[in-house]
Structures are given as structure tokens and as C-alpha cells.
Write a protein of this length. Sequence first.
Length: 65
Amino acid sequence: MTKIMFDYTKSILERVSFDPVLFCKELEKAVKTLLPYELEQLKEWLMSFIIEKPELKPSLVIVNI
């Protein structure tokens, strides 16, 4: 079940990545709902995802990277 939530979170973040403000809001929701080990996976995914979208780099502050 938790894999489903993690995948769902990634899909939402990918869909809203066109808007940095909306991306940050969704990322804040994800940080509140995901389990600690899922947050680690999310951090790894964010690092690779943001390489292609530098305008989203400020969102890394939310997950303390």
C-alpha cells in the first residue's frame, strides 16, 4: 500500500511541475503524509527530477536537502 502512495505522490508532483508554487504546496503535503523511508526515496527522486527543471530547485528546502 505504501508503494502506491509514493507512486501517487510522484505522479502528482510530475503533473504540477510546470508551476513552482503549486509544486511546493504538493511537496509540503507529501512530506506530511509519507513515511520516513518514503521521504528518503522522495529526496532521491527529487534530486534527479530537479536536474531537468532548475526552476524547482528552491523546493529542496522543504525536504531539507
